[in-house]
Write a protein that binds this ligand. Structure first.
Ligand code: NAD
Length: 491
């Protein structure tokens, strides 16, 4: 059998540097780290490994652009025009971007293309929002008028994970700079490739030097992520990643009382009642956990199914999971590609083994025969999963799903709420009253009723419990990235 290899994108660089004050620079100590492609697990480039000194330089450049540059004081319309140009450039480079993302992360190419479009949309959305932005004024007739004076805050630190990296970076970059801040972005160390396109995109769109700075590297103490969190001139940290990293950042930012926005882990339930449209529910719950290789924070990774339809659901679901096409990420037919990194692959496979001890395996459970190497795993389904099982409680972040039966609406809610997480929930029923009752009592920041995970960028995005702190999305992002001063006038 021939070991599969991924096609190297035509524009693959051989090294990645930091981007500070408009210049591409290596680390001050010369340090670099290896980046692997998840099909062969071979290193294909080295990226600069940022430390405190590199973060200091990036924050200084961002601070200079904030205090002396044109960006924070530009009219919203002018910034908006530039942000629309960013979106235009992202769109025009969508194919290249998706090829690089797919090569670096193992995401199926069709899904990487969708994420590139979404990244452009994030810029368009915030470009429009800052022009439409208004604030309330409050009057006490004849006595007092009060209004809100809104200003950018300063240098925002943006720390992002390796799943859909470019899109998640855009989700922070767009509102942060739309509101007039300058930023230092620290992309995830597993997947720095697509972030290396940002400098060219921003320059082509006309974003002034120093507004966006990028420092690559690890997160731990002494490295780039930790140094950004602890930098005294960075009053805001927007973080997306694991809940336990979020806890650490929360503690590390405490001495400076920084503004924090945290988008963290999930173990989201999909609740399927007996009266649901079963075909639609099966299609959506298959997509909900196997798209993006299951490396999706809002994945519906626990499916709770009412007893009357449980056996039929498990049988049909498992058969459909078996038909999900696992292939090379670059193949347009591929539905599940390669898991991002061998370390994460080991973690996912260890949960597959744990699951075999805890529950009944009904699909997958191993690597596909055609891929003896690389981070490939067959879509894996466990049925009869008890709520105290680790595969019910812990975030696996791969193409692995746990199915559990329930009898009553109360039991469904109890099971749905029985984890430390509370990011998303999906509810499948044709009973209108029950749909809203369950939606309003499930502990989740976002609920989809009879629907796939489709976002509306105007709505709040965020989780409850261990899934997050604060909300972004629409005006909530504007609130996070701006200072709001109340001005009171005696009349
Ligand atoms: P992670 O927490 O390991 O790393 C995320 C980022 O934080 C990386 O850039 C990393 O270098 C950095 N980092 C690590 N330690 C740090 C520290 N001490 N100080 C500062 N920065 C540090 O997460 P990951 O494995 O890259 O991403 C997967 C996780 O992200 C999953 O738990 C997933 O659910 C979550 N996620 C959540 C959302 C959401 O919107 N809620 C979206 C995507 C991913």
């Amino acid at each position: 059998m021939v070991t599969p290899t991924a096609t190297r994108p035509a524009t693959l660089p051989d090294r990645i540097q930091h981007y500070i004050g408009g210049a591409h620079v290596g680390s001050l100590d010369g340090d670099t780290f290896e980046v692997l492609d998840p099909v062969s697990n071979q290193p294909y480039l080295r990226a600069a490994s940022g430390k405190k000194a590199d973060v200091d330089a990036a924050v200084a450049a961002a601070k200079e652009a904030f205090t002396s540059g044109p960006w924070p004081t530009m009219l919203p319309r002018e910034r908006s025009r530039i942000l629309h140009r960013v979106a235009d450039v992202v769109e025009s480079r969508g194919q290249e971007l998706a090829e690089l993302e797919c090569f670096d992360t193992g995401l199926p190419i069709t899904q990487a293309l969708g994420q590139a479009r979404r990244a452009a949309e994030n810029f368009r959305f915030f470009a429009d929002l800052i022009v439409a932005q208004h604030d309330d004024a409050f009057q006490v007739p004849g006595r007092q008028a009060n209004y809100v004076h809104r200003t950018p805050i300063g240098v925002a630190g943006l720390i992002t994970p390796w799943n859909t990296p470019f899109m998640l970076e855009s989700w922070k970059l767009a509102p942060a700079i739309a509101t007039g801040n300058t930023v230092v972005l620290k992309p995830a160390e597993f997947t720095p490739l697509s972030a290396s396109l940002w400098p060219g995109i921003f320059e082509e769109a006309g974003v002034p030097a120093g507004v966006v700075n990028i420092v690559h590297g690890y997160g731990e103490e002494g490295f780039a992520g930790d140094s950004l969190v602890k930098h005294p001139d960075v009053p805001l940290i927007s973080f997306t990643g694991e809940s336990r990293t979020g806890q650490l950042i929360f503690a590390n930012a405490a001495p400076w009382l920084k503004g924090l926005s945290m988008e963290l882990g999930g173990k989201s339930p999909a609740v399927v009642f007996a009266d649901a449209d079963l075909d639609a529910a099966i299609d959506a719950t298959i997509f909900g956990v196997f798209s993006l290789n299951g490396e999706r924070c809002t994945a519906g990774s626990r499916i709770l199914v009412q007893r009357e339809i449980y056996d039929e659901f498990v049988e049909r679901y498992s058969a459909q999971a078996d038909r999900v096409f696992v292939g090379l990420p670059e193949d347009p037919a591929t539905e599940v590609g390669a898991i991002v990194h061998p370390e994460h692959y080991e973690k996912v496979m260890s949960y597959v083994e744990i699951g075999k001890q805890e529950a009944r395996l009904t699909a997958g459970g191993a690597r596909p025969e055609q891929f003896p190497e690389g981070n490939f795993v067959r879509p894996t389904v466990f049925a009869d999963v008890s709520p105290d099982a680790r595969i019910f409680q812990e975030e696996i972040f791969g193409p692995v799903v746990a199915i559990t039966p329930f009898d009553t609406e109360e039991e469904a809610l109890e099971l749905a709420n029985n984890t430390k997480y509370g990011l998303a929930a999906y509810i499948w029923t044709n009973d209108l009253k029950r749909a809203h009752n369950v939606a309003q009592n499930v502990e989740a920041g976002m609920v989809w009723l009879n629907s796939n995970n489709v976002r509306d960028l105007r709505t709040p995005f965020g989780g409850v419990k261990a899934s997050g702190l604060g909300h972004e999305g629409g005006y909530r992002s504007i609130d996070f990235y701006t200072e709001q001063q109340a001005v009171h006038i005696n009349l």
